[in-house]
Design a protein around this ligand. Sequence first.
Ligand SMILES: Nc1ncnc2c1ncn2[C@@H]1O[C@H](COP(=O)(O)OP(=O)(O)OP(=O)(O)O)[C@@H](O)[C@H]1O
Ligand code: SF4
Ligand SMILES: [Mg+2]
Length: 343
Amino acid sequence: MTGVAAAVSTGAGAQQADAGNDLLRLENLTHRYRAPRRQKVHAVEDLSLTVAPGEALGLVGESGCGKSTVARCVVGLIRPTAGQVVFEGTDVWKQPAEWRRRTFARRVAIVFQDPTSSLNPRLKVRETLADPLIIHGVGDRAARNARVRELLDMVHLPRDAADKRPEELSGGQRQRVAIARALSLDPSLLVADEPTSALDVSVQNQILNLMAELRDILNLSVILISHNIQAVSWLVDRVAVMYLGRKVEEGPVAEVRDHRRHPYTRALLSASPMITKTSERIILEGTLPNPRHPPSGCPFRTRCWKQEGVCAGEFPPADLPAEGHEVHCYFPEDPNPLQAREA
Ligand SMILES: Nc1ncnc2c1ncn2[C@@H]1O[C@H](COP(=O)(O)OP(=O)(O)OP(=O)(O)O)[C@@H](O)[C@H]1O
Ligand code: SF4
Ligand SMILES: [Mg+2]
């Protein structure tokens, strides 16, 4: 570890009082965007989650279900309408803005989908990577240069990449720079919001492999966001499935893959035959309902083949079919018959 990284870690350790077992806890997180004519976009509703130190959580669901909104609330970019983001025992949004800017911003980092728009085209890679260190007053020039070299090594970029601008790099190399910048202050939580979906298929796996490697080396906690459950399932420990702002199922990744109970999860998994080992293919009819006017009760009921009257009442309470496995459905699916649980 360089002097810069050591300085960063030492500073962050002061925040660890009252951490309990969770690094991050979302409690009843809700976010509604303002829309014209006094309407509200119900982007995230009453969502609770935890992430333990060193754990990787996958957050999956189709476009518009609220994944990026959760990410922005977690890293402090948008204030939730209701609910809490608790990091190492501290309620992030009850702290002064200065604490979020100076302390919290060093502990969590985000990688966005498109490295071309997330990197400043005018800055050389060296400047991009040193920028967070300068903003947070970490290290002198020599220590910062050493940290830049260390970060380039960490993401497997050649040292001479430091003198290039984003336009001189490939898409995969740019995303490596974005990941290196996110890691520059040695955070303990990395939120990766569809980090490969803007990249060529050929480099998507390389970036996911890099994230898996960094997670191990740095003991990072990760929230990996994707619309594709197959793409993330090998990298994460647990997966949470979202639909129209709600968490509808969550559990250890193998448990959800082999014993999925929510009809929407079943449909999502049916698009990933490589992990389910079945030929089932469920094509959902229609699109996500308008989040300005979400259906009452279960948000999936307008597309669900099992819906009955009760589904229009309240959002289904949590059912816990196995340890750590949570499902919100009045008529859950039978477990996949090909993946019977061992007695
Ligand atoms: N700034 C905003 N103002 C108003 N509505 C917004 C805003 N940002 C997102 N939304 C809406 O909130 C809902 C959730 O959006 P969000 O970007 O969180 O979804 P997502 O799951 O990340 O989608 P995608 O997979 O397409 O990235 C969507 O209906 C979206 O149109
Ligand atoms: S609660 Fe009803 S509508 Fe919702 S997923 Fe279950 S069966 Fe379908
Ligand atoms: Mg998104």
